[in-house]
Ligand binder design. Structure first.
Ligand code: C2E
Ligand code: MG
Ligand code: MG
Ligand code: MG
Length: 280
């Protein structure tokens, strides 16, 4: 492994790297197998109008149920799926499953629900992406106006032809939301050049909004910006009544978070809808 010079200094370092890449390979193989065996399922987190508590839709979040390791959260495998390219088949499955289950809900009479699907930059780089999305829409029968893609701010730096791809997505009738908004390094003004519909305020600004004036100022700035250029705003990570109160006071209308519900398996989500309808 160590080639000649600086032997002693580098041995330990090399072993660590080797160990890491060994674990990585194990996980990568497990991920490959998981895709073949379909060890994934989706949970759905409700999105609400926080003024009326009306349910407006849900975010689909992938989970991996490994036969021995149990449930593995997305932070543990999404970046590996991205760097290995496995996000391409996995992402397609996530999209199809989200659309299929949403169409199923619509057919059961829950007609006005949108589904938000997280999409990686790697998927947008796939030359067949738009074709695949169109195919999923055709096959599942979901009207594209109920579909939204959540993209993190980083895509606007990483992706060369961002604007044209986003435009193609929108031409399909799909909404676009900027996830974790405010955490990227980009200036706010770049947003006006992009074909997006919604800004999703990152949960780090929500967490302490009831006690932190800077977080309040940031949320207010996002709301003002969105109003000026005609975008919607949603907040994620709402955990407390104080969060709801402060966000409402600033003029925010839509949100999601543990205060309303954790992400739920599809049957539990359906129960949530029923209870929500009973209140509304
Ligand atoms: P994200 O898209 O920003 O999703 C929000 C994350 O915050 C989710 O974690 C959700 O369960 C969690 N969350 C929701 N409400 C609250 C709250 O009130 N408090 C706190 N502390 N957390 C809350 P999750 O499901 O572990 O997903 C983490 C990230 O993994 C996602 O962040 C997204 O970037 C990625 N991810 C999840 N599912 C997918 C997927 O299907 N495709 C892709 N490409 N990425 C995904
Ligand atoms: Mg998201
Ligand atoms: Mg987010
Ligand atoms: Mg996030």
């Amino acid at each position: 492994m160590v080639k000649g010079k600086g032997k002693n200094n580098f041995t330990i370092f090399d072993e660590t790297i080797e160990h890491q890449s060994f674990e990585r390979r194990l996980l990568e193989n497990a991920l490959r197998q998981a895709i073949i065996d379909n060890q994934f399922y989706l949970e759905y987190q409700p999105k609400l109008n926080i003024a009326t508590n009306e349910l407006i839709g849900m975010e689909a979040l992938v989970r991996w149920k490994h036969p021995e390791l149990g449930i593995i959260p997305p932070v543990k495998f999404i970046s590996l799926a991205e760097s290995t390219g496995l996000i391409i088949p996995l992402g397609e499955w996530i999209l199809r499953e989200s659309c299929r289950q949403t169409k199923e809900l619509h057919d059961k009479g829950y007609g006005n629900l949108s589904v938000s699907v997280n999409i990686s930059v790697r998927q947008l780089e796939d030359p067949y992406f738009i074709e695949k999305v169109q195919k999923v829409l055709d096959e599942t029968g979901l009207d594209s106006k109920w579909l939204e893609f959540e993209l993190t701010e980083s895509i606007f730096a990483d992706l060369k032809n961002t604007v044209s791809i986003l435009q193609e997505v929108r031409n399909l009738g799909i909404q676009i939301s900027v996830d974790d908004f405010g955490t990227g390094y980009s200036s706010l003004s770049y947003i006006k050049h992009l074909p997006v519909d919604t800004l999703k305020v990152d949960q780090s600004f929500v967490k302490d909004i009831h006690v932190n004036q800077e977080s309040q100022a940031i949320v207010l700035a996002v709301l003002n910006l969105a109003k000026t250029i005609g975008l919607n705003v949603i907040a994620e990570g709402i955990e407390l009544e104080e969060h709801v109160d402060k966000l409402s006071e600033k003029g925010l209308l839509f949100g999601q978070g543990y205060y309303y519900s954790k992400p739920l398996k599809s049957d539990a989500f359906e129960e949530f809808i029923n209870n929500n309808n009973a209140i509304a």
